[in-house]
Each structure stands twice: as C-alpha cells, then as structure tokens.
Design a protein around this ligand. Structure first.
Ligand SMILES: [Zn+2]
Length: 252
C-alpha cells in the first residue's frame, strides 16, 4: 500500500504540473491578444490624428486659394474706384475695397493660425509615431517569445502526460478511480496527515484511523473531506529508502 500511496503522490505531482502547463497555455495567447488589441487602439488613434492633419492642410490650401481670389478682387475694386464719376458710386466702391481688405486680413490671420496648428500637430504625430513603432516592435518580440514558450509547454505537456500515464498504469484500478473522482471535486486528492491533522481540510483524524494510517496497509479516506490520506512519517521513511531521487518533480 505504501507503494500505491507513493505512486498516487507521484501521479498527483504530474497532474499538478499538467494543470499548471495547461493554464499557462491558455493564458499566454490571451496575453498576446490583449497586447495586440492595445496596439490596434493606439494605431487607430494615430491614424485619426494623421487624418485630422490632412484635413487641416486641405483647409489651409483652400484658404490660401481664397486669399488669392480676395486679393484679386481688391485689385478690381481699386480699378473701379478710379473710374467712378459721382461721389455716391465712389463711396460704394471704397466701402467694397475696405470690406475686402478686412476679409483678406482675417483670412491671413486664419492661415497663420492654421500653420501653427499644423506644425504642432506634426510634432505630436512624430512623437506618437515613435511610440507606436516601439510598441509594435515590443509586440513582435513578445509574440516570438510567447510562440516559443507555447511550443515548449506543448512539448512538456506531451512528456509529462507520458510519465503520468506510465505511473497511472501501476496504480490499482479502484484506487485510480477514487483518485480521479476526488481530484475532480477537490483538486488535491492525496494529502498527508501531520500530527493527526488532515492537511487537506485541517481537521483532526479520529485516533483509530490515525493508528490505521500509521500501519500503512490500506488506502483510507479522510472522514471529513474524503481525500485519500496517509501518515506523513510513513512516506518520509520511503523517501529515505529511495534516497534523494525525486523523479516526479522537474524544477521549472
Ligand atoms: Zn480531510
């Protein structure tokens, strides 16, 4: 029975590793996805900013074209001023010249404002382009690292499962079934009893059961949590007999 318990412990270690590897296999692609989503977000913001700049530049070109039209119409209004005969027409033509001049002045100011805005937007875009390029590089690097890690983990799962299954074939069928059922419900299926206390549920084991466990001739459940329990000292002897060797645990 000691051997069976030892095998169960070993099985449990393999199962714990498998669970750990599998949750990492699930978490790593999720991490990559969320990094890619962040990148897409900042790329979209940058694109919006670039579109805004293009719109402003278009508006500036329109204003400059309109400025030329306005300047030409000042010229026409001035020429008209030369030709008028009566003072009423003269006043009207002069008002037209003044109004157009005012318009030209306003448009020139507007164009200056646009030039300033364009310059500052260009600076901000350049900074954001650098940020986005860095983030993109980071994502590419991380993708490489994660892909490698995933491949490594997949291989580990294959290896670990092989070892696990090899151990499982040595466990008695009824014991293996019990182990499987408890593991599904409780996570840990096999736990030591230390100083008369079950390490799964931290309840004291009845003295009679404790005596039974110390003999180590049977597989017994904890009356409280139903996990398979063993006397910790019993396995310590076994470990001493086997020396330092611990085939189940590979350091991560
Ligand atoms: Zn218990």
């Amino acid at each position: 029975m000691r051997e069976q318990l030892r095998l169960l412990e070993e099985l449990q270690r393999y199962d714990a590793h498998l669970q750990e590897f599998e949750s990492a296999l699930k978490a790593l692609p999720e991490k990559l996805q969320s990094m890619k989503a962040d990148l897409a977000k900042v790329e979209a913001l940058l694109e919006k900013e670039q579109q805004g700049l293009a719109d402003t530049e278009k508006f500036r070109r329109e204003q400059e074209a309109q400025l030329k039209v306005d300047e030409a119409s000042i010229g026409k209004a001035k020429a008209k001023l030369q030709q008028v005969k009566n003072s009423k027409d003269y006043m009207a033509a002069q008002r037209e010249v003044e109004a157009t001049r005012k318009l030209v002045g306003e448009r020139e100011e507007e164009i200056l404002r646009l030039i300033e805005a364009i310059e500052s937007t260009k600076k901000s875009i350049a900074a954001h382009e650098t940020d986005v390029a860095q983030l993109r590089e980071h994502v590419v690097r991380e993708e490489g690292v994660i892909t490698e890690r995933v491949e490594d983990l997949r291989q580990k799962v294959v290896d670990e499962r092989q070892h696990r299954d090899a151990v499982a074939t040595k466990v008695r069928a009824d014991v293996l079934k019990r182990y499987g059922t408890i593991r599904m419900r409780r996570g840990l299926a096999v736990v030591p009893v230390v100083m008369g206390v079950c390490q799964g549920c931290h309840m004291a084991i009845p003295p009679q059961l404790y005596n039974t466990l110390q003999r180590g001739n049977s597989i017994e459940p904890c009356p409280n949590c139903h996990r398979i329990v063993y006397w910790d000292e019993l396995m310590k002897d076994k470990e001493l007999e086997r020396g330092e060797e611990s085939p189940a645990v590979k350091p991560e």
